[in-house]
Write a protein that binds this ligand. Sequence first.
Ligand code: FES
Ligand code: FES
Length: 180
Amino acid sequence: MEHAPATGRTRALRRLLVNGEPVDVPVAPHETLLEVLREGLGLTGTKHGCELGECGACAVLVDGVPVLACLTLAVELAEHQRVDTIEGLADGARLHPLQEAFAALGGLQCGYCTPGMLMTAKALLAREPRPTAAQVREALAGNLCRCTGYGPIVEAVLAAAPHVAGPAPLGAPAAAEARP
Ligand code: FES
Ligand code: FES
């Protein structure tokens, strides 16, 4: 596919794999991934908060790694790069275990921080399937919440972990024992 170069006022067509679907999206050189997701693709689940890289509300996964979409220029993404947003977290009508746990344990109130929290927590559980509370707090340190006091969020991630990871291998310590 031919792509126009991204110059001052023009937009280059960039093909991304967003939530598993290939999409062609026009990208101007100055546009952030946050703008492209929200305004270009209508994926408004990703929130804009500070737009300074300080609140984590805009966190999405690029190739499985949390990035701040407000600080990422869309043109920096490679062709066919994988981007996962909150819209792709549930499996159809079935909520992801993290979503279930956040709802059940009070891990959200106003919900503004929640998409970024959930995507960051998803990446944590992918690399650390049975995290301790300290590891959850460390992973979510860049995601600010004004409402919950963080305790229910940490509990929700810990509660969701076994449902994401599946049964523990024989001899592995129970999650509660592993917590500091
Ligand atoms: S909106 Fe991106 S870190 Fe706050
Ligand atoms: S639930 Fe309101 S900011 Fe976190």
